[in-house]
Design a protein around this ligand. Sequence first.
Ligand code: UD1
Ligand code: CA
Length: 430
Amino acid sequence: MSLSVVILAAGKGTRMKSTTPKVLHEISGKSMLFHAIDAAKEISDDITVVLYHQAERIQEQIEAHYENVCFHMQDVATYPGTGGAMKGVQTKNERTLILNGDMPLITKDSLLALTSGEADINMSVIKLENPTGYGRVIIKDEKVLEIVEQKDCNEAQLLTHTVNAGIYAVNTSLLEQYIPALSNDNAQAEYYLTDIVKMAVDENKIVNPIYVEEEEFKGVNSKLDLAAAEVIHQNRIKKNLMMAGVSMRLPDTIYVDSRATFEGECMLENGVSILGTSHIVSSHIKAHSVVEDANITNSDVGPMGRVRPNSVLVDTHIGNFVEVKKSTLTGVKAGHLSYIGDATIEEGSNIGAGVITCNYDGKNKFQTHIGKNVFVGSDTQLVAPVNIADDVMIAAGTTVTKDANSGELVLSRTAQKSIKNFFYKFFAKG
Ligand code: UD1
Ligand code: CA
């Protein structure tokens, strides 16, 4: 690959009003910066991320997920601005693509379009109804002349609706020449990367505008922008899934993490959330259920079921208000109002309404094992650690504190007392 990528992520992101750095805010379960890195990884083997604000925190997260990403610390005090961010950055390949870390919607295809052709600089431009806040791109005879930041615009320039989307593909040799020569003689006293355009034009280099879709290139600067970008991203994910055969009822009400995967014929009803790296195979997730980091095969969940991380459901029915956590259920029915945590339950077992695995004693978590064909009566508590063998029947209302052997009936109940005519005496009139 003859392309390097630099991702600018040193800015503070003041408008996010957050203690979390802007680029770590998530879209569909993945940080904006990771969306950018993933797109970059598809087209380049030399990626540098420029950091400053909360650099350690961001670098740690990147290093935990990616190998071979380079870092550059911007000297913001001496060289503020997007041009300052590029000072000292060294890239290996002939061309360098520079993009902002706050553009989570860009795709590999658009990035490739920006690197095509023979121009010395390709830059992304968008035509906007409302150009406020963006650098204006001054174009003559289809050639870019310069980029003028809003704060530096004269009245005529302010009326330009063609704006800089903030992504550039530049001949690396030109960057090496122009970045050290940038000045901060402008309204914000910053080093503007955008000034390299005028420098190139002055040397008769070719700067091509590449018109791009606003939807893909819009930067995220506030939490309002973040939410709007996520809606667009969710629509993409859901469209792809539906095209691949996943059915969705009222898809606008469904949330699917970008890391979730589906196989076979799946159905998601309205209000469903599929979070994390869930993997769902030929299953039906009914209305308003939440599934997180779980594996579900040939099963149905909900309505209003909750399947939490590290759960595996195979050939299983999970009904309303049932919560499953870190448990493996194979061929199980748990229809109503239960908590199943740190458990394994085998084929043919039935979990009655209101069954609770008491998995936590306030200090530690313990396992519950339920074998095959076990009938667990309603309102049973299983105090873990506990092992129920195959073919056991547990009577309703039992508190199970000891292991049960195959074939047993387990029951812990005080005998029922019935007092004849008590009601009529108690409520006697007169
Ligand atoms: C920049 C462009 C503007 C363009 C807009 C598109 C400049 C001078 N202006 O403006 O023409 O219309 O993007 O969104 O480039 N960053 C650093 N170090 C810094 C400052 C910023 O790394 O010192 C990073 C930010 O983290 C961000 C990106 O650069 O990812 C853009 O910074 P931002 O402040 O949003 O630039 P704009 O003022 O929006
Ligand atoms: Ca911006």
